[in-house]
Design a protein around this ligand. Structure first.
Ligand SMILES: Cc1ncc(COP(=O)(O)O)c(C=O)c1O
Length: 389
């Protein structure tokens, strides 16, 4: 699939579709092409595929199948959660609590709500990207209608204490949404254990196809509709369903959950070896929480470098696909907003490197990275000095 010696370690940006997900999808492009709303055989076959997929996705996160709504991905799910709760709880209040390190799929809709007269409190994380239950407790007011805090951060890999944070929101009768786009399929997720009311997922982050995701909405929660039209997804999200995408998402998530324990162990082992070696390079620091982090996520800042795009290009010349922080800001000269929120000086934050592994990576690839990184980081730094002089 990839050119022979390419080392793909940008799995937080996206992942290749697994063979199992691809072969599950293929029939729904050809012989089973029907519109799920049609009453004849082709249509009913497509409808059944969607409902089977809904059951599979629900099972993977401990939900009921009636609590899963398919969307076009993480961004759409996040937007729906925010706009939908604002509509639902209009009469109750106009205050929302979130964090400074959310993905733009949450931050942009919050900005829009601010323009529409809502008050938004963004909690500031500590240096490791952690938000404490106490911080949330202090931020919630009588007119707070929603808390939205991500399960795992895409730039620094930190896993946030969602169960404890959610318990705070529940005590104050405030709805809780979590963006679990980086977490689903990578760590165990059970919506009942977490206690969340809404949870966003995206298939392309766990070896499913792009352009499909889901929003878990607890049965007792009824947010406003997302897209009006023909009444698909129980009238909440109209538009003919992306049948192959939905089938691919369910197959990919089922596959990930089946091998979650062994995948987590192998990703962690590779990640820790990579981190230990990279931290031997002077002036390189780990970003995010050293313990509570995604199994395959290694992220660093490099002192004495400048725009990390140079380093990413040097790695690309040697066949390594990595990134600076988030896929959305890959080509930007700006430091990722997450690193700024953690208090990193913007010069240091511009030298960010993110290596995100999947179970498809190998020990040989980690060896190759451990050989390349010290050499390339040294060149990256001397390049900067050359430019300054
Ligand atoms: C934490 C997080 N939320 C949301 C998204 C957006 O997901 P999608 O690409 O499916 O719109 C991403 C994608 O990078 C993400 O990392």
């Amino acid at each position: 699939m990839l050119p022979d010696k390419t080392i793909y370690v940008d799995n937080s940006a996206t992942t290749p579709v697994s063979d199992r997900a691809l072969s599950a999808m293929l029939p729904y492009f050809s012989e089973s092409f029907g519109n799920p709303s049609a009453l004849y055989g082709y249509g009913q076959e497509a409808k059944k595929a969607i409902e089977d997929s809904r059951r599979a996705v629900a099972k993977a996160i401990g939900a009921l199948n009636t609590e899963i709504y398919f969307t076009s991905g993480g961004t759409e799910s996040d937007n729906w959660a925010i706009h939908g709760v604002c509509e639902l709880r209009r009469a109750r209040g106009r205050h929302i609590v979130s964090t400074e390190i959310e993905h733009s799929g949450v931050l942009r809709p919050l900005e829009k709500m601010r323009e529409n007269g809502y008050e938004i409190t963004l909690l500031q994380p500590d240096k490791n990207g952690m938000i404490s239950p106490r911080q949330l407790e202090e931020a919630i007011r009588d007119d707070t209608i929603l808390v939205s805090i991500m399960t795992a951060n895409n730039v620094i890999g930190t896993l946030l204490p969602i169960k404890e944070l959610c318990a705070v929101a529940k005590r104050r009768r405030v709805l809780f949404h979590t963006d679990a786009v980086q977490a689903a399929g990578h760590i165990p997720i059970n919506v009942r254990e977490l206690g969340v009311d809404m949870l966003s997922m995206s298939a392309h982050k766990f070896h499913g196809p792009k352009g499909v995701g889901a929003l878990f909405i607890k049965l007792s929660t009824k947010p406003g509709e997302l897209i009006s039209g023909g009444g698909q997804e129980k009238g909440f999200r109209s538009g003919t369903e992306n049948v192959p995408g939905i089938v691919g998402m369910a197959a990919a998530l089922t596959e990930r959950v089946e091998s979650l324990n062994s995948d987590m162990a192998s990703s962690k082992a590779m990640r820790d070896r990579l981190i230990a070696n990279t931290l031997k390079i002077p002036g390189v620091h780990l970003t995010g929480d050293p313990e509570n982090r995604l199994p395959g996520h290694a992220s660093f800042v490099i002192e004495g470098g400048k725009a990390s795009a140079h380093l990413i290009n040097m790695l690309a010349e040697e066949g390594v696909c990595a990134s600076s922080g988030s896929a959305c800001s890959a080509s930007s000269k700006e430091a990722p907003h997450v690193l700024k929120a953690l208090g990193y000086d913007s010069d240091v934050a511009r030298g960010a490197l993110r290596i995100s592994l999947s179970p498809m990576n190998t020990d040989d690839e980690i060896d190759a990275l451990n050989e390349k990184l010290p050499r390339l980081i040294e060149r990256f730094r001397s390049r900067r000095e050359a430019t300054i002089r």
